[in-house]
Design a protein around this ligand. Structure first.
Ligand SMILES: Cc1cc2nc3c(=O)[nH]c(=O)nc-3n(C[C@H](O)[C@H](O)[C@H](O)COP(=O)(O)O)c2cc1C
Length: 253
């Protein structure tokens, strides 16, 4: 069996969870980064010999739009897929179902799924420090169970939470911009998964293209990019009830 990890992970939480899941079973694997805005994803064609771990964050209870479009261009040709949805301790709603539908339509055989919690990338006080040591050990255990099932061919008819039509998600009002400390180095523009930051003026943002993934804030060497602290605080207050109680990782097999 050949292993492949396919991730959309703008700020690293999703990748960390996928790495833990694959750690005990697949030291040698190919990695495909769905955040690469310039890649031709139609070149990725798999076969029944492949097992792909496909990991995405939940945005508004859905799969991020660019991840859906990029995955849809791949061809599974019967490859087994393990679905991973990573969320910031609020809820993941239709994310796994949408991921399963997307991958099934692309020709993958979905054999298992995991919902895992990672630090909220917009409001980092929620699920702070997750995945933590307890999560990592649980995800490794999930990985072992999944790969045992995969060796037996994986069963058909994976049932996942979520409803169709999927819930509406219209994005968030958080569109980071560069402040006075912006040196116009362009690091943010180069790493933006949707090319929403103009190279010629990286302190700005194309608000219609920005998906609020917060990657630009993390990569800026001058810490110049931010969203309005007052708006963030207001969002944190609103989300407090839904996000504060620890949620546990789940395995669907
Ligand atoms: C635009 C956006 C929307 C999000 N929506 C949700 C959500 O609906 N539920 C939730 O629990 N977490 C939500 N999150 C938190 C992310 O799912 C979580 O932090 C994830 O780990 C981010 O993945 P990454 O670190 O790989 O970028 C959202 C984050 C962003 C940036």
């Amino acid at each position: 069996m050949n292993f492949c990890q396919i991730t959309f992970s703008p700020t690293g939480g999703t990748k960390k969870a996928a790495d833990a899941l694959m750690q005990s079973c697949c030291a040698h694997r190919r990695e495909i980064d769905l955040c690469e805005s310039g890649a031709d994803f139609s070149q990725f064609r798999f076969s029944r010999e492949d097992l792909c771990v496909v990991a995405v964050p939940s945005y508004g209870g859905r799969v991020p739009g660019p991840a859906v479009r990029r995955l849809s261009r791949m061809r599974g040709n019967g490859a087994m897929a393990v679905l991973v949805c990573v969320y910031g301790n609020r809820a993941y709603q239709d994310t796994l179902l949408e991921l399963k539908d997307t991958l099934t339509a692309a020709g993958f055989h979905c054999i298992a799924a995991v919902a895992a919690v990672a630090q909220h990338s917009i409001v980092p006080q929620f699920a702070a420090g997750r995945p933590d040591a307890r999560d990592m050990s649980q995800l490794r255990e999930f990985g072992e169970k999944i790969f045992t099932a995969a060796q037996a061919g994986g069963r058909r008819g994976l049932s996942l939470p979520g409803t169709r039509p999927y819930r509406e998600y219209a994005g968030t009002p958080f569109k980071p911009r560069g402040g006075g400390e912006c040196t116009r180095c362009g690091m943010c523009a180069k790493s933006c998964p949707v090319r929403a930051i103009p190279m010629e003026d990286p302190s700005g943002v194309d608000e219609s293209a920005c998906i609020s993934c917060m990657r630009c804030i993390g990569v800026c060497p001058s810490h110049a990019r931010e969203v309005s602290p007052a708006a963030l605080e207001a969002a944190a207050q609103k989300m407090k009830k839904a996000c504060s109680q620890r949620k546990e990782n789940e395995l669907f097999l």
